[in-house]
Design a protein around this ligand. Sequence first.
Ligand SMILES: Nc1ncnc2c1ncn2[C@@H]1O[C@H](COP(=O)(O)OP(=O)(O)OP(=O)(O)O)[C@@H](O)[C@H]1O
Length: 294
Amino acid sequence: MIKVEDLTKSYGKNQVLKKISFEVRKNEIFGLLGPNGAGKTTTMECMEGLRGFNSGSISIMGLNPDEAAKRKLIGIQLQSSSLPSNITVKESMELFCVWNKVNPRYDLLETFGLKEMGNKQYRAMSTGQKRRLHLALALACEPKIIFLDEPTAGLDVEARVALHQEIRELKEKGATILLASHDMAEVEALCDRVGIIVEGKIKKIGTPNEIILEVRRDTLIKIKPSGKIEAKLLKNVVLKDLKEGYYRFAAADLLEGLSEIVSYLKENNLELLDLIIDKPTLEERFIEIAREDK
Ligand SMILES: Nc1ncnc2c1ncn2[C@@H]1O[C@H](COP(=O)(O)OP(=O)(O)OP(=O)(O)O)[C@@H](O)[C@H]1O
């Protein structure tokens, strides 16, 4: 669907993209994950046809980014300066939809909490409100490919949940979505595959699960029983420490470890007062990868 090959981009002498290559498959949500300044926005802007690049190639459904944009294959969150200051929320939706030859999506204004401010002028909107309007417009013409750059930054919890739901529905309807973010939980929850970009280079591509499996530590099971546990008798878990009545066990296999602990508690008439499972996360692997070259 999208193929980026050996993409390089410099701002003056500062080379910010250093031969980036990745593919986005049809109907997947692909997350571009990276620390501040890694090159996510620059990569997205090159793909959107908004920014030139020095070398390499970008193919979007077989077209170059300019052509793909002209044919309205891609939906982009507009930049803040791109709407006239006196246009209202409702007018901007209508204008955008007439331009794209689709029916206005007033429901999206409702989804993003903008319904009540249909007559508000763009210049009077807060940054968060503008952001939500840009998202509603980006999604309104149901493009085949959608680029979202930090879509939930500055959104409140309700709008964030609504946006996640909207993204999932767009995928169900067949869209391909590229999402740049440094929000690990968001990427883990939404993305089918993730590319980790650090200092202008792609360091890792895989599903969130594949990447999490690379974390070099066991899952930790933290429990508070109603009495003492003879930890030496347990074969599937290793006691790491015992603090304030909490036993922290490492388990190579979570289910086996957990079932052994539960059986032990039952056999010894102990109650389980608290249970915390601490599994490796995408964030842990991301931090390892970001530090690898330092
Ligand atoms: N218009 C520009 N002119 C000069 N340098 C730029 C410009 N835009 C970005 N940069 C630089 O390019 C590098 C990559 O920036 P980019 O915005 O692509 O990163 P990012 O991963 O999106 O970061 P963030 O998560 O902070 O948004 C940074 O060092 C940034 O300072």
